[in-house]
Design a protein around this ligand. Structure first.
Ligand code: DAH
Length: 341
């Protein structure tokens, strides 16, 4: 029996050491240590031994069992280490392969133009205001000196929410002038960019929804000279030094006198070309001295204070700034177009 145990020990340990994977090792464990295993078979014969030999053999058998268990443990650890080494090898990263550049978005060209405009005005001490797109007709028209019967109030020009034409989608950002005068302390210097809505058909230069930037200054002793100086500076900063401008008389209900501002065509330098429709000039905004009635309705004394204001279309300005030919491109958001800016 002693010999049997020694044989088992020798064979088993050698077998465990040469097992190639965990499954083979487990099979060997069952073979030697399982219920029907070789060691168990020897132990079952223990009963046949003379009583005085049993403790010695028992001790020996236990030693063999412990030795086998230890050998299995060692073999198993070796297999695990080998498996890990194999995996690390197989999954090795090639850090020299070029990476994938993530697609990062960027600002829309119109908002690039708007940010430039905001920077210029903030640099001159203006505050940027935001206001509601659903507006009271009272602020969009009445408080801006455009009374009942004014053509821009017509149902064919304006989106109203109710039968009695009290609530509407603002048709201009000019009601922000009224909101500023009603809520801010004098003197006031504001710009107010935002969406406006008109019943227009979509074409290369029109859309029922577009953006304007409103601006207004109210202080003591403000003149038309301030208006021209500020707006000329704006155009030079946007379109480059030496940009030529002109002011034409016009009419708006909320300014007196009123004007429109043109910028000389960048394409032909004023000679006339398709870009400027042969005129040599491109209209960029409407402006004027705030009408005394508008000041009075806001509780500001026109004998003490005066002001100037302007409103410009942001899409048209971005189109000129980036030489975009069709307004619809601004709204279609085709990535191939947007990626160019
Ligand atoms: N609100 C005018 C429009 O939509 C533009 C405008 C003209 C705004 C003169 C002004 C201004 O503030 O003074 O056509």
């Amino acid at each position: 029996m002693k010999e049997q145990l020694a044989n088992i020990r020798q064979q088993a340990v050698a077998a465990f050491e040469s097992a190639e994977d965990p499954a083979a090792l487990e099979e060997l464990r069952v073979k030697y240590l399982g219920k029907k295993g070789e060691l168990t078979a020897v132990l079952k014969q223990m009963g046949k031994l003379p009583a005085e030999e049993r403790p010695v053999m028992g001790q020996l058998a236990n030693d063999v069992r412990a030795a086998l268990e230890q050998a299995i443990e060692t073999a198993s650890e070796k297999l695990q280490e080998a498996a890990l080494a194999h995996r690390l090898n197989a999954e090795a990263l090639d850090v020299t392969i070029p990476g994938k550049t993530p697609a990062v978005g960027h600002r829309h060209p119109m908002y690039i133009a708007l940010d430039e405009i905001k920077d210029i005005f903030v640099g001159m001490g203006f505050t940027v205001l935001d206001g509601p797109e659903v507006e009271l007709a009272e602020l969009n028209f009445d408080r801006l000196n455009a009374e009942e019967g004014h053509p821009s109030r017509d149902w064919s020009d304006t989106f109203y929410f109710d039968e009695d034409s009290r609530v509407m989608l603002r048709s201009q950002t000019s009601p922000m002038q009224v909101r500023a005068m009603d809520t801010m302390d004098l003197p006031i210097r504001i710009i107010a960019p935002g969406r406006v809505y008109r019943k227009d058909e979509v074409d290369a230069t029109h859309s029922p929804m577009f953006h304007q930037v409103e601006g207004m200054v109210i202080d003591k002793g403000v003149t038309m000279g301030d208006l021209k100086g500020t707006l000329n500076l704006l155009m030079e900063q946007l379109f480059g030094e030496g940009t030529v401008t002109r002011f034409r008389p016009h009419h708006f209900p909320f300014t007196e006198p009123s004007c429109e501002m043109d910028v000389q065509c960048h394409k032909c330098g004023g000679a006339g070309c398709p870009t400027c429709k042969g005129e040599g000039w491109i209209e960029v905004l409407g402006a004027g001295m705030v009408h005394p009635n508008v000041l009075r309705m806001a509780g500001i004394d026109p004998e003490v204070y005066s002001g100037w204001a302007f409103g410009m279309g942001l899409e048209r300005l971005a189109m000129r700034r980036f030489k975009i030919a069709d307004l619809r491109l601004i709204f279609e958001n085709d990535i191939r177009f947007l990626e160019q800016f």
